[in-house]
Ligand binder design. Sequence first.
Ligand SMILES: Cc1cc2nc3c(=O)[nH]c(=O)nc-3n(C[C@H](O)[C@H](O)[C@H](O)COP(=O)(O)OP(=O)(O)OC[C@H]3O[C@@H](n4cnc5c(N)ncnc54)[C@H](O)[C@@H]3O)c2cc1C
Ligand code: FES
Length: 277
Amino acid sequence: MAKIVQRKRLVPNLHLIEVHAPEIARKCKPGQFVIIMPDEFGERIPLTVADWDEKKGTVTSVFLVVGTSTHKLSKMDEGDEIPVFVGPLGKASEIDKFGTVLCAGGCFGIGAIYPIARALKEAGNKVIMLLDVKAKYLLYWEDKLRSISDEFYISARDAAFNCKNFIPKSVEDILKKTNAIDRIISIGCTYLMYACSEATRPLGIKTIVSLNPIMVDGTGMCGACRVTVDGKTKFACVDGPDFDGHLVDWDELFARRKSYFDDEIESLCTWERLNFP
Ligand SMILES: Cc1cc2nc3c(=O)[nH]c(=O)nc-3n(C[C@H](O)[C@H](O)[C@H](O)COP(=O)(O)OP(=O)(O)OC[C@H]3O[C@@H](n4cnc5c(N)ncnc54)[C@H](O)[C@@H]3O)c2cc1C
Ligand code: FES
């Protein structure tokens, strides 16, 4: 059992959850994830660690409410107990002195990219931050991310930022201005990571993505998270979740993520009927 220390809505549909898990907080590295089961009747869902505090013994994630488990999690509060909270899982992100690194995050990836960008900054890199939001009201953690960035950009579709670009165009614009980018890290929904990879492919700039296929055990046993990278079968939970975006078989990933679509919809409708009759 792990106790929730804090659960709050950051912006519509995106929540922060901070959980007391001292063993995990002690071992966490940027880019790793935890597996959570909101209750004993639910499924195991992976969430990237967005921050941790060794002294308080807490681990924080940011999650988007999409289906039954994330809906359940969004209804939980301080003091509630989570029956399964496992981690840290996955390989940590590669942190080195690369030079100039563009960190491109969107949706829950705005939170998930924070510890990676912080570690890259501490390793002596110039960090260019690019956050993708549909509109200004969906932006969170701006101050936190600005504080570890050398340059800071927003890619948005509303008028508030005087920029109506989706992320690939914003990536292209930054690459035109700063032609010495050594690496790109992209985290967020699958389409955002795919689009960033396609934007950098012609230039051959190494682009790392944090893949989010369906996962079950998170320890390399079940095969649910199988992805193809550079023509080889990989399990995202133990071989990743970070991979070279130019080598990922995106069509397969998009297709496999839809495998249980009908069951997921049915599950959410049943849960809604039972809890909000
Ligand atoms: C390694 C890893 C790390 C992850 N880290 C995070 C994280 O930090 N924060 C986070 O919010 N999610 C993260 N995810 C995704 C998260 O695990 C899923 O969103 C979650 O399992 C959904 O569970 P659910 O029961 O709520 O929805 P489900 O019932 O499983 O799915 C509901 C429907 O929503 C769709 N869906 C799933 N994800 C999205 C999305 N991002 N946008 C739009 N539709 C979607 C699915 O295709 C499905 O049709 C991560 C996944 C992996 C593999
Ligand atoms: S989640 Fe089971 S092998 Fe990766």
